[in-house]
Design a protein around this ligand. Structure first.
Ligand code: ARG
Length: 267
């Protein structure tokens, strides 16, 4: 035990030299010395909006499951964290990270500059893109063509943004939804003419709720996106750990395993 404490102090001392040359607060040393003798698992609250299959959705018992649930659990296992996953609204995801009620959010969140001003993001772990879904024979063949049609988007998502950039924010033709599954149902029920949403979600929804006569359009003018895990601006140390965890699950082959489970083949 004595040796371990000495080693722990050495680590603290070296860390102090390389990372924070000016200040190594006394409490921090105590904290780390303690954790060296009695390692305690860190507990993190993880928030998500679990209406986004196959990334996160509720199983029949109401428990969040999906690609990102498996991914964050695997990351926690690698890092020795305890995690508590909580389902909330899409807005709630951002509010809880902003207020510090939760430490991490994994929810198919696209890394983009205006979000990076307010939150921290991990390295990308999934590449995505907005797809257009229309009935077969629709005059809509590209994003430009949605002008003059009723368009379904999910509020405050990247899909909503590209549509409002094109049609104007206040355009009455834009119908906003709080989640994506019911938006696609509204397309099937002809309440909207077209929806714009994340590719993997749309493909999964169509696979699980097959409805013949609908086609997706991949417009080459729509840019690719990357999903990142999100944290509070102040949690720079935590986001480093998240990146380390992501690297570990990729290096161990676990990422590919989880990917295969939800998407069939490894990209
Ligand atoms: N990728 C899109 C965005 O970040 C949509 C994500 C929606 N995620 C969800 N869990 N409903 O804006």
């Amino acid at each position: 035990v004595f040796l371990i404490i000495i080693m722990g102090l050495l680590v603290v001392a070296c860390g102090g030299k390389t990372e924070q040359p000016t200040s190594a607060p006394a409490e921090k040393k105590d904290e780390q010395a303690q954790s060296a003798s009695a390692p305690e698992k860190k507990t993190y609250k993880v928030v998500m909006h679990a209406e986004f299959p196959p990334f996160e959705y509720l199983d029949p018992s109401g428990k969040p499951v999906g690609f990102e649930v498996d991914l964050i659990n695997e990351m926690a296992k690698e890092m020795g964290w305890n995690i508590e996953i909580k389902n909330t609204s899409w807005d709630g995801v951002f509010e809880e990270i902003g207020s510090g009620k939760a430490e991490l959010a994994i929810s198919g969140i696209t890394i983009k500059p205006d979000r990076e001003k307010l939150y921290l993001f991990s390295e990308p772990y999934f590449q995505a893109k907005q797809l257009i879904l229309v009935p077969e024979g629709s005059p809509i063949k590209s994003l430009q063509d949605i002008k003059g049609h009723k368009v379904g988007v999910m509020t405050s998502t990247t899909g909503a943004l590209i549509v409002s950039d094109l049609l104007g924010k206040a355009n009455k033709d834009i119908l906003q939804y709080d989640e994506m599954p019911s938006m696609v149902e509204d397309l099937y029920n002809k309440r909207v003419d077209v929806v714009v949403a994340d590719n993997a979600f749309l493909m999964e929804h169509m696979k699980k709720n097959p409805k013949p006569g609908y086609v997706t359009i991949d417009d080459p003018n729509i840019p690719k996106e990357n999903y990142g895990i999100m944290a509070n601006k102040k949690d720079t140390e935590l986001i480093k750990q998240v990146n380390e965890a992501l690297k570990k699950v990729k290096d161990s082959g676990k990422y590919d395993e989880i990917y295969k489970k939800y998407f069939g083949e490894v990209k």
